[in-house]
Design a protein around this ligand. Structure first.
Ligand code: BG6
Length: 513
């Protein structure tokens, strides 16, 4: 039995946002992949929405010598590939005028001074005070050195009128110890309020909507607990492979690249207690509490509740694709995981004994990110003899991408005699109600940072809490690099052992139902 959907009303137009506070955005690593694919398109999307102030400038910092004109041409070509929607020529002209390029390797004080001079000249061109955001789209190893240099050039002096903030990209550290070191190094030059650790999943509309869904509606919160919920599944599946990022990825793997940050944040938003207000620290306090409540596994428990996978040659969208070990810059005997499935338990009153199954991987059959909350099964007795032996439990699915929306599965009677039951869905699709603005998740976060709102960013303690949870897994793997590792052909839902992991509890992943 399938759900019937209708478009309930015309889409609600998006309100015009207030423009962000005046800011100069300095991007380190400006000629890299992230700037090209995500940051510049996101800024351009904001320009199209009229969300950027007149006093807005991008200062792109890179190692390759380039004029402003050449950089603008490069951005224009990149936007053709990575921005959404047709080009708005007037807004592009507005945006392009604000793009500047500085070649400054920042390995010496001299190039830091050259950057400082350029920034002062830009500030002097504005009538009022302008804030500054430094975006580190650089390898983590380069970051601490650049921050020190900015500090010694006086570029990080933060005042209410002229805020100085830094955005730090993931990976934030390599493990608990290195994350602590990095937090400490940043803390020597910056106050915590200046540090914005970014996780682009928190910029996705549907992710933010989770809080509205849970806390602005009276009917879900009372059943959002161990009494009614059987288990939760969080899936972030990708069809892509490592896309030329083999060098980075092989050092990271899915645990560090996705679980410690994106998946844990989805889990935190799903499981957190209602915050006492939407002030940044009230929300972040609740998110971090959930991470602290996750049971830390012993090595034996790790072996029971974690499966790592690595894709071998197979097919993606009906096209043959190579295995992970054949990807460029990946060592032929690599033991890095491209897939992880794990079971976590949250030890608090709301969630005790409710398993959270998390799963993410590359080269899976579909691109889908979703949170599925499965409720306890209704008693079957009443429907005995009504072919209801396989009565499915209610399931609430928050779909993050693609096709953003929320659906609730329940049972209905199939018309006619005898009495038979089937699954139906009540479904809400974002696009039925709201006009969608072009976005890749970075828009909200860049905008929030310019306005000094850290709600959707990680705090130092959150990053460390995330590493704390994965530490026992990393230890098992460090002791034996191919521990828990199983192959899966590209185009399959991970290794069979991942199915066995959840099947041991008498449950199944949603795709294999
Ligand atoms: C990034 C990871 O943080 O998120 C990538 O480094 C991954 O490996 C990407 O592909 C997924 O993001 P999205 O927004 O495409 O789901």
């Amino acid at each position: 039995m399938s759900g019937h959907r209708r478009s309930p009303q015309p889409a609600i137009a998006l309100p015009t946002p207030r423009t962000a506070d005046p800011a100069t955005l300095v991007i380190f690593g400006a000629t890299g992949d992230l700037a090209k694919r995500k940051l510049l398109p996101a800024l351009y999307h904001l320009a199209v929405r009229h969300a950027l102030p007149d006093a807005f400038t991008v200062v792109a910092v890179g190692r390759t010598p380039m004029t402003d004109e050449a950089y603008r041409d490069k951005v224009s070509a990149d936007l053709d590939r990575f921005a959404e929607g047709p080009r708005d020529e007037a807004r592009w002209a507005w945006f392009a005028r604000r793009l500047h390029y500085v070649c400054a390797p920042l390995e010496d004080a001299e190039s830091a001074r050259a950057l400082a001079t350029r920034l002062e000249a830009i500030d002097a061109g504005h009538a009022g005070p302008v804030g500054r955001v430094y975006y580190f789209a650089t390898p983590p190893s380069a970051m601490a050195g650049i921050v020190q240099r900015l500090g010694s050039e006086g570029l990080l002096v933060d005042t209410a009128e002229r805020p100085r903030r830094v955005i730090v990209e993931k990976p934030f550290g390599y493990d608990l110890a290195s994350a602590r070191t990095l937090n400490h190094e940043l803390g020597q030059v910056l106050a915590e309020r200046q540090i914005y650790r970014i996780d682009h999943y928190l910029g996705k509309e549907t992710v933010q909507n989770l809080m509205a869904f849970r806390f602005a509606n009276g009917i879900f919160e009372p059943i959002w607990n161990r009494r009614y919920v059987d288990h939760v599944q969080i899936t972030v599946a990708e069809t892509v492979g490592v896309e030329g990022r083999g060098g980075y990825y092989d050092e990271a793997g899915a645990l560090r690249d996705m679980v410690q940050n994106h998946l844990f944040q989805l889990l935190a938003l799903t499981a957190m207690e209602p915050p006492i207000s939407f002030r940044a620290d009230d929300v972040r306090d609740e998110r971090v509490r959930v991470l602290h409540a996750i049971h830390l596994c012993t090595p034996d428990e790790v072996r029971q509740s974690v499966v790592r996978g690595q894709y071998t040659a197979g097919a993606s969208h009906n096209t043959a694709v190579p295995g992970y070990r054949e990807e460029p810059k990946v060592p032929p005997a690599s033991t890095t995981e491209t897939f992880v499935a794990l079971k976590l338990m949250i030890e608090n009153w709301r969630w005790a004994e409710v398993p959270f199954y998390l799963r993410t991987g590359k080269r899976l059959p579909a691109r889908v990110s979703e949170i599925a909350v499965q409720f306890r099964r209704a008693p079957l007795k009443l429907f005995k003899g009504a072919q209801a032996g396989t009565l499915d439990p209610n399931l609430l699915v928050v779909r993050i991408q693609p096709d953003e929306g929320i659906s609730l599965r329940f049972q209905a009677k199939i018309p006619g005699a005898p009495v038979r039951l089937g699954n139906v869905d009540m479904a809400f699709n974002y696009t039925d109600y709201f006009a969608a603005a072009p976005a890749n998740g970075y828009e909200t976060l860049l905008y929030d940072c310019m306005n000094g709102d850290p709600t959707l960013f990680h705090r130092a303690d959150m990053v460390e809490a995330g590493w704390d949870v994965v530490a026992p897994i990393l230890e098992v793997v460090a002791a034996s690099p191919d521990a828990l590792l199983h192959e899966y052909p590209a185009g399959r839902w991970g290794p069979a052992e991942a199915d066995a992991l959840i099947a041991r509890d008498g449950r199944a992943w949603r795709n294999s139902e």
